[in-house]
Design a protein around this ligand. Sequence first.
Ligand SMILES: [Zn+2]
Length: 234
Amino acid sequence: MRYKRLKAGQTDVVHKDVPVSGRDSTGRGSVCAADDAPVAQLDRAPDYGSGGLGFESLRAYSFLWAGTEMKPHEAGMALALKEAEKACSRDEVPVGAVVMHEGKVIGRGFNQVETLQDPTAHAEMIALSAAASTLRSWRLDGCSLYVTLEPCAMCAGAIVLARIPLLIFAAPDPKAGACGSLRNLLQDHRLNHRVDIVTGIMESQSTMMLKSFFRELRMKNRSQDICQGSGLPD
Ligand SMILES: [Zn+2]
C-alpha cells in the first residue's frame, strides 16, 4: 500500500511504509498499570487499560486483523478504529485514537464529547492524557499517535505541546482538520516543535464508519421530525 507522508518541511510526498518500531525506540519511561493513573484521567478514559485487549503488543495484534498480517501502521490504525467503534456504539461521532510507544499501546481514547458534555473530550486528547499518565511525563517524545480522523486545531495544539514526533491519521477532515486541510499547525516553523504526518492509512474504513454514522443520525432526526409533526409519541 502507498500513502502520503508529510515530513516536517515537505509537502505531499508519497512514501512507502515506515516501520513504527524505528520511531518508538527511545526507551523513555515505562508502562504502568492504569490503577496508577490520576482519577481524573480514568474518568475521561474509562476503558483505558481495563478489559478488552489491555496493553496489547502491536506486533502481536498485527496478525489478528481480518486474519491477515498487517504492516505496523495498519495495525496501529486498526486499534484506533476499534476505539472509534466504541464511540459509535455510544452515539458519539466515531473517532478513535491510540498512542504507541515501543510497539505497545500506552494510551487510547474515543470521542466522548456528548457523554461527558465536554468540548475537549476528543479521542486524541483522551489518548494523549492517558499516555502521559502511563509514562508519568507530559513529553511523549518517542511516541506515535494514530487517529482515525485528521485532528482539529485543539488536538493539533496538544500534539505539538506533547512533542509527539509522528502522527498517523486515516481520513482528512476538510471542515475542521488542522493537519493539512484547513491549516497545518503540526508543521508551522514558527512553533518550537514540528511533527511528521502520515495520512491515508485505512482511510476507506474510517470514512465508511463516519458516513454511515451521519446517515443513521440524519434518518433518526428525520423520523423524529415526522413523529413530532404527526403528533405520534416518540
Ligand atoms: Zn480534536
